[in-house]
Design a protein around this ligand. Structure first.
Ligand SMILES: Nc1ncnc2c1ncn2[C@@H]1O[C@H](COP(=O)(O)OP(=O)(O)OP(=O)(O)O)[C@@H](O)[C@H]1O
Length: 887
């Protein structure tokens, strides 16, 4: 062990001046000197009786030096051990090159320094307060660590241009992307439910566990809405604001903690959550300054002075607010916009939410299946609601088998309302005991605000506006307290005609949902009023079959989207109306609406749907296609099917299915998502006769195939070109081929099927006695798939057309295919264009041509054949009598 640089006693004399001016935490020194027998009680009392700090230090030094060399060394040892308290003297220790001797090392040193004790107390309390996520409804808690998932944190400059992304929370406090070094505020903004509060909670939690890369000793958390509770005339000191509303320092008679904070503000982190919740109309730059930390002031003044750096300049301040709250750039240091979960984050969140791999997969499939859900789930709050509803289903149905369970959008939005309304439970009750209220009770208790919000939403749609003014809000009977429920958010980019203080629903889709709710709740208007928006989007006015976009998952941004440029809001309102009046919702709605009125409304809707479906099906335009008469069914048919699915009415589904003629159902380029396949199947499964279905160029994916499987059994033609189908879907299609005795045409081009899927399909095709046309263009079945198809082709009884074009098949696969085909006398048209066939394959194909099997069209262009291969084929042609085309 290295020895101290020299005797300690003279060191204390030599550096006496520095020690007198710098040493703090004298009590800690006294405690340790007493504990180890260097001081007696009387010595301690002598020091304590001295009024000023420098004199106290002088006395301690004098006493220590009197006690001898070991006492002096122990004195310095304390300073080295309790470094938090004697931070200013650490450089001095280095200067004197202090290394304790053996005898001192064994002695106990306790940290009774108020600063480090306070820091520890803060860490303990913050850790306790931040370890759980309290859900919006405040009815359940989850360990933060078990659920926290990163979100997309985009760094912006003062003009909101991208400066990159934060990789982790350490960087939040750091100097990356600081656009204004003089600014004090790290500003985090985002939409409702995007995770602003959770981000601050995580930050605090990391700090409490010393896992945040910062040397900050203190962390003070404030919810901005707290500042509303102070009366205008109420005066408070900065000290009280910090300690009373966070954590009080114990045993700090000399006010050392606060003094320390004033001296070292850079050792403090503040978080101010929800700046938008401050009720006063404040402007940081205009509020009267508080410059002296000792003066009492109005709490809001203190807040503003902290934020602007007039008080505790240099402390780190993270403030959150909902999108749209504008703060002058000169007080901002950096800006972070929270963008919610990316697909990868979402995946991570699924893994945290669901412990069982099987459940994770089921949920992922469900989300992939429905872009409505996926879009919604990029906002963590909505994601939590959706997952909560999945969980709900899991507990309701013992075996958690989501694809068979029908979750309608109405279910999701009902759950969202339930979560918001459950905020009405008294905080005292909810903070102590877990919620025991059931759904209908929550809705009944929240009926007044729910009715008012619904009315507001409906009036907005009637006015074709997504924005509501303060007056409109008050006219609907909504109070300030109601606004806190979360249905509305302040408008970011308000309509110039309306002025500030305007609000919008947190989602346009929520507005449609609530508007539908208003139609159901309304007691005075004639029953037929519920149908008012159906006339806005008649299913008969068929525009072109163009892809359309959903508004779910896309919060309103008036500067980007033109509201009501489409009729989506009305379509969604109708959809939700069907959902709310569904039989499955009778139990809940019966608590909110008189039962005879509810019955009448249901009957009205059902009879309307039946009539309209009947006439829609009759009036569908037909046109002659290449392969027979087709019914050209357009996107509005899809909306009709979606509505029928929401009603859950088997009767209407049957009626619709009956109305489908045995023609082609053409749904190509209709933006059919996999989630829609559930709705389509709900109707098509009731169709009795054979069907031909064209769903080319949609996005039904494997999940959609699965959803449609029951309906496929009646299909003779299935076209699923370009639908994002992988080997998983190919396996399902293979089953369908086997189950489907009349399937004749199967088009699976431009999907994502590899050799594995190719094998499943080929095997099923091999067994089929009905199939005659198979299109696989643009997959990647390769030689593995080609080999399987070669087997299927041998003596196949019905297959006349096959395309394996653009599938990465090399000469080896080509040779095997040509050999297989020599034992086939049925195939007429064979496409192998855009593969990797070389001259060695050409030789085998020449032999096939020579064999004169009956093949009439053979397409080989865009392969790797040279003149040599072509010559071989040309020679073979001389003895072939059946080929009409060879390319
Ligand atoms: N990063 C996250 N990881 C996991 N869950 C999250 C995350 N962020 C948010 N959540 C979930 O979303 C809910 C809402 O988040 P939070 O309260 O932080 O939103 P907010 O942006 O502060 O909303 P508001 O503006 O309404 O106050 C949380 O209760 C939690 O269930």
């Amino acid at each position: 062990m290295e020895e101290a640089s020299g005797p300690c006693l003279p060191l204390l004399t030599y550096h006496r001046e520095l020690l007198v001016s710098t040493l703090t935490s004298i009590q800690c020194l006294l405690d340790n000197l007493l504990l180890n027998g260097f001081f007696c009680q009387e010595d301690v009392e002598i020091v304590q009786r001295i009024p000023t700090k420098p004199d106290k230090v002088r006395k301690v030094l004098e006493l220590v030096q009197c006690k001898g060399e070991e006492a002096c060394e122990f004195f310095i040892y304390i300073i080295s051990k309790v470094c938090d308290a004697y931070r200013d003297l650490q450089p001095w220790l280095e200067e004197i090159n202090f290394h304790p001797r053996g005898s001192v090392i064994g002695m106990e040193v306790v940290n009774s320094d108020p600063i480090s004790r306070y820091s520890q107390k803060l860490r303990y309390e913050i850790s306790r307060d931040t370890s759980f996520i309290m859900s919006y409804g405040q009815q359940e808690e989850t360990q933060l660590e078990d659920l926290y998932t990163d979100t997309v944190m985009e760094l912006l400059n003062d003009t909101n241009e991208n400066l990159g992304f934060l990789d982790n929370l350490d960087q939040l406090l750091g100097d990356d992307a600081v656009f204004n070094p003089q600014g004090e505020i790290i500003y985090v903004m985002g939409d409702a439910g995007v995770g602003k509060s959770i981000l601050l909670q995580k930050l605090a939690n990391l700090w409490s566990k010393k896992e945040l890369k910062t040397d900050a000793l203190f962390f003070f958390k404030f919810r901005c809405r707290m500042f509303n509770i102070f009366k205008d005339a109420e005066q408070i000191s900065l000290r009280n604001l910090l300690f009373k509303y966070n954590c009080y320092p114990d045993h700090d008679p000399d006010n050392e903690v606060f003094d320390y904070i004033l001296r070292f503000p850079e050792k403090v982190v503040f978080t101010f959550d929800g700046y938008d919740e401050i009720q006063e109309d404040v402007d940081i730059m205009k509020i009267p300054e508080v410059v002296s930390p000792e003066d009492k002031a109005n709490a809001l003044q203190l807040l503003m002075s902290l934020l602007s750096g007039k008080l505790l300049k240099g402390s780190k301040k993270v403030m959150t607010a909902r999108t749209g709250i504008e703060i002058q750039s000169r007080v901002l240091r950096k800006k972070v916009a929270l963008r919610g979960f990316s697909p990868d984050h979402l995946k991570a969140y699924i893994d945290l939410h669901f412990r069982e791999q099987e459940h994770r997969e089921l949920v992922s499939v469900q989300l992939d299946a429905s872009p409505h859900l996926c879009g919604l789930c990029s906002t963590p709050l909505f994601c939590w609601i959706v997952f909560k509803s999945f969980r709900h289903l899991q507990t309701m149905h013992d075996d958690f088998h989501l694809p068979d369970t029908c979750i309608t959008l109405t279910n999701i939005f009902l759950l969202l309302c339930e979560v918001f309304l459950s905020r009405l439970a008294s905080p005292a009750a909810s903070s102590l005991r877990k919620g025991t209220r059931c759904t209908s009770e929550t809705f009944r208790a929240g009926l007044r605000p729910l009715t008012a919000f619904s009315k507001l939403a409906l009036q907005g749609l009637e006015r074709r506006s997504l924005i509501c003014s303060q007056e409109e809000i008050s006219e609907c009977g909504l109070t300030e307290e109601d606004l806190a429920l979360g249905f509305l958010k302040p408008v970011s980019d308000y309509d110039p005609g309306r002025g500030p203080g305007s609000f919008e629903f947190i989602h346009t889709t929520l507005q449609s949902f609530l508007a539908a709710f208003a139609l159901v709740l309304e007691e005075q208007a004639p029953t037929g009023t519920i149908l008012k928006f159906f006339s806005e989007c008649s299913w008969r006015q068929e525009p072109s079959c163009l892809p359309f976009t959903f508004c779910i998952g896309r919060p309103v941004n008036l500067s980007l989207s033109k509201p009501f440029s489409t009729n989506e809001h009305f379509l969604f309102t109708n959809l939700f109306l069907c959902g709310l009046l569904a039989k499955s919702q009778l139990g809940l709605m019966g608590h909110l609406v008189r039962s005879n009125l509810l019955r009448k409304k249901r009957a009205k809707l059902k009879s309307y749907l039946s009539t309209v479906v009947r006439s829609h099906m009759k009036g569908l335009p037909t046109y002659k296609g290449d392969d027979g008469t087709k019914v050209h069914v357009l996107p509005n048919f899809l909306w009709m099917v979606r509505c029928i699915f929401e009603t859950g009415s088997k009767q209407i589904a049957q009626m619709t299915a009956k109305g489908i003629t045995p023609y082609f159902i053409k749904l190509s380029y209709c933006n059919v998502y996999s989630g829609d396949c559930t709705a389509l199947n709900f109707v098509l499964q009731h169709h009795r006769t054979l069907l031909r279905l064209d769903m080319d160029n949609n996005n039904i994916s494997d999940y959609g195939v699965k959803q449609l499987r029951p309906s496929f059994s009646k299909m003779t033609v299935v076209r699923l070109y370009n639908n994002n189908i992988t080997d998983v879907g190919a396996k399902l299609v293979a089953h369908i081929i086997e189950e489907c005795p009349k399937l004749a045409v199967l088009k699976l081009g431009k999907n994502k099927i590899t050799g594995v899927g190719g094998r499943y399909l080929a095997l099923a095709i091999q067994k089929s006695t009905s199939i005659f046309d198979v299109g696989m263009w643009g997959n990647s079945i390769g030689d593995e798939g080609a080999e399987a198809f070669a087997k299927a082709l041998r003596n196949h009884p019905t297959l006349t057309n096959l395309s394996l074009a653009a599938n990465g098949i090399t000469s080896r696969g080509g040779r095997i295919l040509a050999e297989g085909l020599r034992e086939n006398s049925v195939l007429r048209i064979f496409w192998l264009v855009e593969n990797k066939l070389g001259d060695d394959a050409a030789q085998t194909f020449a032999e096939l041509v020579r064999a004169n099997t009956g093949l009439s069209h053979l397409w080989l262009i865009n392969n790797m054949l040279t003149v040599v291969g072509i010559r071989r084929l040309a020679e073979a042609l001389a003895v072939n009598t059946k080929l009409k085309e060879i390319w």
